[in-house]
Design a binder for this molecule. Structure first.
Ligand SMILES: [Zn+2]
Length: 73
């Protein structure tokens, strides 16, 4: 069985030298949400575990602020 090759994705936050992810970057965070408004897994986004944790936290925060939509809304 052929091994599925991961697309050459690098954590965009590491790439840009961004250490802290904030909900104010919701335009960026939007890229980490699927069509069903679910947070994409790390496999798909290519972000590192450190930033992935921050991303999911800030997405939830952005949702509470009404910057991002909840699922099904
Ligand atoms: Zn990173």
């Amino acid at each position: 069985m052929p091994i599925k090759r991961q697309p050459n994705t690098v954590c965009i936050f590491c790439q840009e030298g961004v250490d802290e992810v904030t909900f104010r970057d919701y335009e960026v965070l939007r890229k980490f949400i699927s069509g069903q408004k679910k947070i994409l897994p790390r496999k798909k986004t290519g972000s590192c575990s450190r930033h992935q944790r921050k991303i999911s936290r800030e997405i939830k925060r952005a949702r509470e602020m009404g910057l991002l939509r909840y699922r099904g809304m």
